[in-house]
Design a protein around this ligand. Sequence first.
Ligand code: RP5
Length: 163
Amino acid sequence: MSQPIVSIVMGSDSDMPVMQQAAEMLKQFGIPYEIDIVSAHRTPEKMVAFAKAAHTRGIRVIIAGAGGAAHLPGMIASLSPLPVIGVPVKSSNSIDGWDSVLSILQMPGGVPVATVALNGAKNAGILAAQIIGSADAGVRDRIEAYKARMREDVERKSADLKD
Ligand code: RP5
């Protein structure tokens, strides 16, 4: 894969079944990405080094997923000038998922995290592609084609129902 421009990080390998959906979307849009485990609580020094350096390595968007006391996206956002998309994961240590959602969503003013739905890594991948696509016509074309396919799928299902 060529030089990654999107970085996907997650707090644990147990987040992978959810987070790989972001990777699948980036692959579909032809966007080179990297993926790693970076834990705010278990590897805090690695998290700080990652967040401070990502933009210097050519990364343009960070997707960060975590569950429970999900501090990873917000802490990365506090240290990085890049847009951070947060994915709340309903993990083994989540009570009901709301803990993950609120930990990522309720950021203080000045430190935004673009939070997607619970387990919404697919949308995180699409949103990252749209951010890249705002300055890359090739990616933007692929997003338009993706939206057209979705519309056609629904129109076909609607027509099938009427038959
Ligand atoms: C979080 O704790 C991780 O992001 C994961 O969602 C959760 C549970 O981690 P494991 O105990 O499964 O490694 O920090």
